[in-house]
Design a protein around this ligand. Structure first.
Ligand SMILES: Nc1ncnc2c1ncn2[C@@H]1O[C@H](COP(=O)(O)OP(=O)(O)OP(=O)(O)O)[C@@H](O)[C@H]1O
Ligand SMILES: [Mg+2]
Length: 269
């Protein structure tokens, strides 16, 4: 995905609110881009624009070589149905239909693509080990799973179609630290498929262990971006410094064991 000079406004012509201004960033196949910023900085707006759920007022959006920024609703819908770009929300209950069994939820994106029922069922089952889910869960409803299991189902649902791009909006924020570490591990493994991941979080600590590069949003503008290690070691923008100062895992204090280990390995300390 390549965004160039992206602008997004909300509201009517008289009461316009600029949510994103001049944002340019890209993520390549097999790469994970972390997008961080405080509440209201425009992270979810960026995700919505890249999924065609909110319209860009200026700038360009290229996904898998296609210029999609000026697509109308019908074209966006067709792109999403083709499974080229998928997403995972913070709250897994929002990504999963409460009335569908886990098996139906996981098969749905494949069936939409025109995959036959038998083949869809086979692909769903063969995907389960990659997200550490057992087949026993397939007959259950989302409400009958734990939060961590539900989020792993959402990740599986997003990746089962073999998309080119997956946008994850705060995918681990609602999870306890054990589940957070597990979902991060799963995502790390899935990177090997060559998918491009955009990982959105308000917490640099969650992103640092998985992202190759990090982009920092502040009040709708991209204030800094770079290789994760460089950005953590040598932040340029005062706001990035503030974020690092407020991420306990990055200061090495009071951190969860596994997360701290992951960060140590990353930073070679
Ligand atoms: N539907 C909407 N209509 C009007 N303004 C909106 C709408 N959605 C978001 N905004 C505004 O746009 C700005 C960016 O919102 P956005 O949801 O992208 O932030 P965020 O970085 O995802 O925040 P959070 O960390 O709280 O999820 C905020 O000022 C918000 O109030
Ligand atoms: Mg958000």
């Amino acid at each position: 995905m390549e965004l160039t000079d992206l602008e997004v406004h909300y509201g009517s012509r008289r009461r316009r609110h600029r949510a994103l201004h001049g944002v340019s960033l890209s993520v390549a196949p097999g790469e994970t881009l972390g997008v961080i910023g405080e509440t209201g900085s425009g992270k979810s707006t960026l995700a919505r624009a890249a999924l065609g759920l909110v319209r860009a007022s200026a700038g360009s959006i290229r996904i898998a070589g296609e210029e999609v920024g000026a697509y109308d609703h019908r074209q966006w819908r067709a792109l999403r149905r083709r499974g080229v770009v998928q997403y995972v929300f913070q709250d897994p209950l929002r990504s999963l239909d409460p009335d569908l069994t886990i098996e139906e939820s996981l098969a749905e994106p494949l069936l939409i693509q025109g995959v036959a029922h038998g083949e869809a069922a086979r692909r769903v089952r063969s995907f389960l080990p990659r997200v550490r889910l057992s087949e026993d869960l397939l007959g259950r409803l989302p409400g009958e799973l734990s939060g961590g299991q539900r989020q792993r189902v959402s990740v599986a649902r997003a990746l089962v179609t073999d998309p080119k791009l997956v946008i994850l909006d705060e995918p681990v924020s609602a999870l306890d630290s054990a589940n957070r570490v597990q979902v991060l591990e799963i995502l790390k493994e899935l990177r090997a498929t060559g998918v491009a991941l955009v990982f959105i979080s308000h917490d640099l600590g969650s992103v640092a262990g998985i992202a190759d590069r990090v982009a920092v949003l502040y009040r709708g503008e991209l204030v800094e971006s770079g290789e994760t290690r460089d950005l953590v070691r040598d932040p340029r923008h005062p706001y990035t410094r503030l974020l690092i100062g407020s991420a306990p895992t990055l200061r090495g204090a009071a951190a969860d064991g596994a997360e701290r280990e992951a960060l140590r390995a990353l930073l070679h300390v």
